[in-house]
Design a protein around this ligand. Structure first.
Ligand SMILES: *[C@@H]1O[C@H](CO)[C@@H](O)[C@H](O)[C@H]1NC(C)=O
Ligand SMILES: *[C@@H]1O[C@H](CO)[C@@H](O)[C@H](O)[C@H]1NC(C)=O
Ligand SMILES: *[C@@H]1O[C@H](CO)[C@@H](O)[C@H](O)[C@H]1NC(C)=O
Ligand SMILES: *[C@@H]1O[C@H](CO)[C@@H](O)[C@H](O)[C@H]1NC(C)=O
Ligand SMILES: *[C@@H]1O[C@H](CO)[C@@H](O)[C@H](O)[C@H]1NC(C)=O
Length: 566
């Protein structure tokens, strides 16, 4: 009774043992592996074994239907070529690790199928059913080098360099040459004996990095170190925006074609154009990169542009200056001014480039002297003035100014201007009696025309300016000794004054108490004496015998008063 359970237990245990035995010998190994000639090769290998067996050693063989050629054994002499001296078991067999390392792969190893055998002298398991095929390559695998993402200006740039290999114990080394930045290197097990070494360099992205090649140098065992290059593609808003044109000078009315250049990634796709003239700026309607501006106005036009892409917009900082040239135009204000004894002429010329000015003087007097001929350049609003200066006696009939530059010429006969001439006071009516109205007119010849008049009167010992500014001065109720008066006429050249004049007033004779008669050599002399300046012209209706006093005479007298007030 007691044995029954023991039997059951024994049977179960055998069954368990059989099941475990059947499952336990299992080798995990990649079916195929590619290795670079000259490089090393790590073949990952692990196994499970029956618990009844304590694994102690492993030997690697090359598959053969007839023999057991040894690829790795503790006994180096047993190892066949080309594996001899190049293989090493590096796994810990006791813990189920049968990994093999080949330190130098040669082309002759290509095509071998290898398999491990755990304790071959003790274990009778068909290990050769599970092999790994060696695939030896002459060309190294591609280096994977790229810039992560789509970096923008000021982003951190990450350049990734990755290579696959089979050498986890002496992996390829990666470097980025003279590119500076923070480098991080990682080793990743991709499984099936394949490994990847990744190096990442990161640095702040700058516009100047655009298009810069970054190299990754891969140093592999037994191979020359060669770089692979990747160009940085960084997107950024427009930089160094500027206007360019094939010419910066044009003729008035002509056209100019300009281009808005910029450094932008992606290239700028929208443009704005600005025109600055005489200090004010206005936007043109053009939106293209290239613009043709027709009908150029004279002088300078300054062009600016703005360039835009998805990342922003920027303006050009300095203008593209188009200088528009034109032939000379003599300005209507050009003239000559006579101010005896000299004559000044101005010829105002608008021209670009600056005009040369020539003078032609028609003089009636062959002896007139042309003392000074000067050309004065005034660079105001591109206007140039010539100046002629005569001195001495002259009789100029015409002055012509000729201005010329490379684009043409113009000739202009200059207007002669002078101060008002022959300024005199004319009285109307010419005869007035005391107490009547009289009008004084300030007459003159003037070109250009008189702009205004001034009237003056001597009062006591000083001259007073009267309020009147017109040509005529009206006087009411004139008195016998009014004045003297003076007028001056002013035009754009200057002013000229008349001489002083008294008003002519008729009045009844007044015989001066100082009058007397004297007989001189038988002739009657009369001397109506005023203050030395009053002269009585005596026209006697009847000249009687001079007897008695002068006051007895009946005379008609006209009196005039002359005096200089200058
Ligand atoms: C086997 O041993 C090698 C060398 O020590 C080791 O790198 C590898 O990770 C081991 N494999 C396993 C599956 O433990
Ligand atoms: C590399 O390894 C470090 C830690 O060892 C880890 O923080 C980092 O994320 C890894 N980088 C990559 C690209 O796997
Ligand atoms: C470009 O210039 C125009 C005209 O001066 C101005 O209105 C605009 O704001 C500027 N744009 C930028 C981005 O500076
Ligand atoms: C310059 O000359 C032009 C044409 O004669 C005129 O229209 C403009 O007002 C002038 N500018 C100045 C500042 O004198
Ligand atoms: C003009 O000529 C007079 C004499 O004829 C002389 O006194 C005067 O200095 C001259 N003026 C100039 C500007 O030459």
């Amino acid at each position: 009774m007691d044995r029954q359970p023991v039997h059951v237990c024994f049977l179960l245990r055998v069954l368990w043992c059989v099941m475990v035995e059947a499952q336990d010998w299992h080798v995990d190994l990649p079916a195929e592996i590619s290795a670079l000639s000259g490089s090393c090769l790590f073949i990952p290998c692990s196994f499970t074994h029956p618990s009844s067996h304590e694994p102690s050693d492993a030997t690697w063989y090359s598959y053969s239907s007839t023999k057991y050629p040894v690829v790795y054994s503790k006994d180096p002499t047993a190892i066949i070529e080309p594996f001899r001296g190049r293989t090493k078991l590096i796994g810990d067999v006791k813990s189920g690790n049968c990994s093999l390392n080949i330190n130098y792969v040669v082309p002759e190893m290509n095509g071998y199928h290898l398999y491990p055998w755990i304790d071959p002298d003790k274990v009778d398991h068909k290990f050769y059913l599970n092999t790994i095929m060696l695939n030896v390559q002459e060309m190294p695998g591609a280096v994977d080098l790229y810039v992560e993402g789509e970096p923008k200006e000021d982003d951190t740039l990450r350049v990734i360099c990755a290579v696959k290999h089979t050498c986890p114990f002496s992996p390829p080394t990666l470097s980025f040459g003279d590119t500076s930045g923070n480098v991080q290197t990682n080793q990743t097990d991709l499984g099936q004996g394949s490994w990847q070494t990744i190096s990442i360099i990161s640095f702040p992205g700058q516009v100047s990095d655009q298009g810069r090649p970054v190299g990754c140098w891969v140093r592999r065992q037994g191979r020359p170190t060669v770089p692979k290059w990747v160009e940085i593609n960084l997107s950024y808003s427009p930089q160094s925006v500027h206007v360019s044109g094939e010419t910066s000078t044009a003729l008035v009315g002509g056209e100019v074609t300009l281009e808005c250049r910029s450094n932008a990634n992606p290239p700028a796709s929208s443009f704005l154009w600005y025109l600055q003239r005489d200090g004010s700026i206005r936007e043109l309607s053009a939106r293209e990169m290239s613009v043709t501006v027709p009908d150029l106005p004279p002088d300078q036009s300054r062009f600016y542009c703005g360039a835009q892409n998805a990342h922003g917009v920027a303006n050009s900082t300095s203008p593209f200056i188009v200088t528009v040239e034109y032939p000379p135009t003599i300005q209507p204000e050009s003239c000559c001014i006579i101010q005896a004894p000299s004559l000044r002429c101005w010829c105002k010329v608008r021209a670009w480039p600056s005009a040369s000015v020539e003078w032609r003087v028609n003089s009636g007097d062959p002896h007139s002297t042309l003392r000074d001929v000067r050309t004065v350049r005034v660079k105001l609003n591109h206007t140039f003035s010539g100046k002629l200066l005569f001195n001495g006696t002259f009789q100029i009939t015409a002055v012509t100014c000729r201005a010329f530059n490379v684009h043409g010429e113009q000739e202009h006969s200059l207007v002669m201007k002078a101060l008002p001439l022959d300024v005199t006071i004319v009285q109307h009516p010419t005869h007035v009696r005391e107490g009547q109205y009289v009008t004084l007119s300030c007459m003159c010849r003037a070109f250009p025309a008189v702009l205004s008049y001034s009237w003056y009167q001597v009062q006591g010992d000083r001259e007073v300016e009267l309020g009147e500014q017109s040509e005529r001065l009206h006087l009411v109720a004139v008195g016998r000794l009014m004045g003297p008066y003076r007028c001056s006429a002013m035009n754009e050249v200057g002013w000229t004054s008349s001489t002083s004049a008294l008003v002519h007033v008729d009045f009844a004779p007044v015989i001066s108490p100082d009058s007397f008669c004297a007989l001189e050599n038988g002739e009657v002399k009369y001397s109506p004496v005023g203050k030395g300046s009053l002269i009585a012209a005596v026209a006697c209706g009847a000249v009687g015998v001079v007897l008695g006093t002068v006051s007895l005479l009946y005379c008609l007298q006209r009196t005039r008063y002359f005096e200089k007030f200058d």
